[in-house]
Design a protein around this ligand. Sequence first.
Ligand code: FAD
Length: 450
Amino acid sequence: MTVTPPGAGRPAAQSPELYWFQADLRLEDNPGLLHHAGGAALLCLYCLQDNPAWCNNRGMGLQRRRFLYESLAALDSQLASLGQTLLVIPGDPRSIIPLLVRKYDVGRVGTSYTAGFYEAQQRTFLQRSLPVPLLVHPGNSLFDEAQLPGGLDGLPGHFAPFRRVMEHQPVPVPLRLPVSLPPVPQGVYTSTLPTAEVRPAIAYPVRGGSASGQARLTSFLYGRRAVDTYKDTRNALQGEYSSSGLSPWLANGSLSVRAVAHQLMDYEQTICGNESTRWFYQELLWREYFHWRERVDRNRLFAATGIARKRYLRTFEPRAYARWCQGDTDFPLVNALMRQLLETGFMSNRGRQIVASCLVNELNIDWRYGAAFFEKHLVDFDLATNYGNWQYIAGVGCDPRGGRHFNLEKQAQLYDPDGLFTQSWGGHRPRQPEFITDAADWPIEEGETR
Ligand SMILES: Cc1cc2nc3c(=O)[nH]c(=O)nc-3n(C[C@H](O)[C@H](O)[C@H](O)COP(=O)(O)OP(=O)(O)OC[C@H]3O[C@@H](n4cnc5c(N)ncnc54)[C@H](O)[C@@H]3O)c2cc1C
């Protein structure tokens, strides 16, 4: 599905090239960037776009935005060390790129595959309307498309058969860091990088950028050797090293997933390879599976009936949804988790499963409203993984068991037995009046319920 127009493989002599960064905010192992680094000049672009309105949500939460801005600033300083600069322009690439192509007489435009409905629309529009080729290079995946047995058409409908085949496939070696890049075309102004409105939350102090992602990987493997016990700790609701914590950098492409896999394999060969290290690799395979599924399922990822095209009877009750979003439900553990998400932009995998099951099964709300809220707030928002997991829990995705309904009380006993997590995030809310609206759905005035 990577599109390379015929005759577009070689740069037009002396024409500047334009590389449009999307979910690949790194220099290392970036095939698209390398491909366009041989011309006379290079324009590096990022189009700053807000989330469009969808399922009662719009824009990005403050922590997600902060992490993105830090990642852009880090990429810009990496580029600066090679005499380049990142042009960050707010707006739609469909307006920005044609203008730049004309203004700087660009000969070719390159980008990497990025999942999503709007992203696909933007690519198609540009491929049809630009006077020069737009080359779409592979995204941040473990394998090449050619390694999938049966190609995309043969992608299994469930994870298990995919894993059985792909866990034995070699992961291609990450590409080198470019040692030099062509200069910026003459006359390009430098853009001002956006600055975040918030600092990282104390409870989740991660910073954007490849260097901090790599530092986190090194300490997860070699520093703390936390990967050795990953299988036992990965379900914790909180804990600095209970899981790798790599998702935010993988999601916006500051870290190459191939680089992560190769460093893991080195670690397994030289320090320790056990059930836990393999389990960690299996999680990377889950990510991989959802990424290839997105290529196949496309817009079905956003349909209530999911990729399974199952009848899905849910409703939308605004108050129940608002309470879920704010961490104000009748379930203290869910409240604590949602408050954690709002404050930090992060939630553990177990936590995500619990709150998703609550939205779908206890509150009977259409799963897409939950997915949209996650999309707004998660610092590690990754379209294929998020929508794939939500469908899985709602029973309309790639789960052969047909959905997950968690017993919330049991989950609290298992994962927060002493209630400390719930308490620390203020999950217990004051008792609410039984009715807050009358029969005609009008809010009942204070005191009327007594
Ligand atoms: C409803 C729901 C929504 C989710 N939304 C996202 C999302 O937007 N972005 C995102 O990166 N992950 C998402 N996940 C998957 C998972 O919760 C996170 O990847 C994980 O919690 C991130 O923490 P970590 O990096 O410490 O993961 P680790 O446990 O250390 O796993 C290592 C890596 O494997 C991948 N991975 C782990 N669990 C999963 C999984 N269940 N599915 C696919 N890949 C996985 C991630 O890339 C992760 O960084 C979602 C899960 C659920 C249940």
